[in-house]
Design a protein around this ligand. Sequence first.
Ligand code: NDP
Length: 330
Amino acid sequence: STQIQLVSRPVGTPTTEDFATVQVELPELGRDEVRVRNEYVSVDPYMRGRMSEAKSYVPPFDLGETMTGGAVGRVVESTSDALPVGSAVLSSYGWRDVAQGPAAHFSPLPETELPLSVFLGAAGMTGLTAYAGLKRVAGLREGDVVFISGAAGAVGSIAGQVARKLGASRVIGSAGSAEKVALLKDRYGYDDAFNYKDAPVRKQLREVTPDGIDVYFDNVGGDHLEAALDRLNRGGRAALCGAISQYNSTERTAGPDNMANLVKNSLTLEGFIVGQHQDLQGEFAEKMTGWLADGSVVFDETVVDGIGNSVRAFLDMMNGANTGKMLVRP
Ligand code: NDP
């Protein structure tokens, strides 16, 4: 099996030197085990946190060990009655082309018309993040004006469409290129959008939200959060999903300068981790697979070929090279 290991802890932006590609000889299967050929492997922003030593909601990657992460594939060898050869499975044995372990570590996936890759993106962890953040954390209500940052990424591209499904009256997004802004408006159903690199976010957001916003879904933090706090209406709610603008920072970042708005406008800001909302998985999966099947929710993927290019894919994703979910096809 070809596997990717972390060999040094990156300071600031990771480089390819922080990783090694190794060949691992897999032992014969024990009882109730499976060998799986991964068809898609996920690279995600939260993995940047795991490359550092600091404790977070997931423990750091160990140096000299193969990294883990979301992966989908098919069983190619099995000693498990539950997962015969050919079964489609989801696991956390990512960053490798062939995965092996106890059958209990692999979850069976339904056979649908959709490609297996959707279970890492739109119908998987990132889709559930969008759904749980808007529905439960932000308590999105009929008629709300919603602003979503990181809007053309895996979470954001689904969040815009889910916001509409949940009754948003207006959905505004931001992303880092003119091409992405066009996609937001033409493909993901955003009413308005801007490129955050064109001018200060504060200024651009004010221009496209004449009536303020009721809900902010924050993927970016920093200047985006500050701008949203300026525009949140009385009783506004922000679901704090991520702060990708700060993940490679080596210094403390400035806080929003307008926290007093929380008091003035009775705002609620709530951080969340998708894992806390697993109880929504059933309802989410049923709705999302329906929406994807009938085409009322669309999804995009940026696929990089070759497990040896996983690090490149991760670094490119952190730099915005992806539209929708960034995936590696071993
Ligand atoms: P994306 O697919 O959105 O990929 C990351 C994107 O971030 C890039 O494409 C890039 O797009 C954007 N970006 C990078 N640097 C900056 C910057 N300085 N300012 C603004 N945008 C930037 O990743 P995901 O959809 O997987 O994750 C999106 C966010 O959601 C992240 O913050 C992640 O940590 C968080 N998350 C949180 C979860 C939770 O449980 N709370 C679960 C899953 C994700 P662009 O071209 O627009 O710059």
